[in-house]
Ligand binder design. Structure first.
Ligand SMILES: Nc1nc2c(ncn2[C@@H]2O[C@H](COP(=O)(O)OP(=O)(O)OP(=O)(O)O)[C@@H](O)[C@H]2O)c(=O)[nH]1
Length: 298
């Protein structure tokens, strides 16, 4: 860890926005390809850390806000949204991302959840797709009527255009504090853990509202031979109908989940991955000590 400058700033940042506006692309651009980065220290805080970006004068800690759902508003998601709102409150800055100058009902639902007593920066992403840049100013004026944003930053997460401008804007709102994490702490979760997280993420992302957030993933076997990894993972669900949904017609859904997870793993681990998935209905999972152990609740 380097010696911190006297005006060094460190803080937590949450990124919110409806699906497809480019939240993942933006985070990945800033923090690199690493996902679900959690150190021992991070587990003692209330945040799940997605990635960390450290510069000579600041440390930006991006936290996960899983389940910021606007697509469905059933009771489960209302519960999730409350958790998310609480998580937002305990960060230092919130980034609210829009797809260029598009602002529709789904974006408005996210705005309704934004905390009003902390800095929220409006990010207008996909700047490269905005042909007529003249529409930016009137749009920004219009958005400032919708919410008291601390700043508005147009950028392109894809090519990185004006991402440094965003970091400068975020830094203004971070508290003066030495870095919390050293570079060496950034990936102290095992590949086994990361593999389970990736499968879990694909299950949520690709299976829709029928499979609730209680689905969990266990890695039965993780073998490595040179650069090749062989991973056998089980997805545990509550009900038989959820098992059916996850498997899909002739196994199509499970295949889709497996392919998406495998591609992410290959990118993250930097080598070929053979991934085998199976789905199992939990038999009242609290009664199985073995399962609890594998889930890490020892
Ligand atoms: N042209 C352009 N496309 C972008 C930009 N940023 C993201 N995209 C594309 O927009 C799509 C959605 O990006 P994601 O980063 O997956 O969006 P997201 O908000 O994380 O979506 P969810 O994870 O579903 O909530 C992808 O196809 C990206 O390649 C950008 O700056 N310019």
């Amino acid at each position: 860890m380097h010696t911190a400058a006297p005006d060094f700033r460190t803080g937590y940042i949450a990124i919110v926005g409806r699906p497809n506006v480019g939240k993942s692309t933006l985070t990945n651009h800033i923090v690199g390809a690493k996902v679900s980065i959690t150190s021992r220290k991070a587990q003692t805080t209330r945040h799940r850390i997605h990635g960390i970006h450290t510069t000579p004068d600041a440390q930006f800690i991006f936290v996960d806000t899983p389940g910021f759902q606007t697509k469905y508003s059933n009771a489960l998601n209302r519960g999730m949204n409350k958790t998310v709102v609480d998580a937002l409150r305990s960060t230092d800055v919130v980034l609210f991302v829009l797809d260029g100058t598009h602002f529709d009902a789904r974006d408005r639902q996210v705005v309704a959840l934004l905390p009003r007593d902390m800095p929220v920066i409006l990010v207008l992403n996909k700047l490269d797709l905005i042909k007529d840049k003249d529409q930016l100013l009137p749009f920004i004026a219009q958005m400032s009527e919708v919410f008291p944003f601390a700043a508005v930053v147009p950028l392109s997460a894809c090519d990185g255009d004006n991402v440094p401008g965003l970091l400068g804007e975020i830094r203004k709102h971070l508290p003066e504090a030495p870095p919390m994490f050293g570079e060496d702490e950034i990936t102290d979760k095992s590949e086994r853990f990361l593999a389970a997280e990736i499968v879990r993420e694909k299950v949520f992302r690709l299976s829709g509202e029928e499979v609730p957030y209680s689905a969990s993933v266990i890695i039965e076997k993780f073998e490595q031979e040179g650069e090749m990894r062989r991973i056998f993972a089980g997805i545990l669900v509550d009900k038989p109908n959820q098992k059916g949904i996850l498997i899909g017609h002739q196994g199509a859904k499970l295949k889709e989940i497996g392919t998406a997870a495998r591609l992410d793993m290959e990118k993250l681990f930097g080598g070929k991955v053979y991934l085998e998935l199976w789905v199992k209905v939990k038999g009242g999972w609290a009664d199985s000590e073995r399962i609890l152990k594998q889930l890490g609740y020892e």
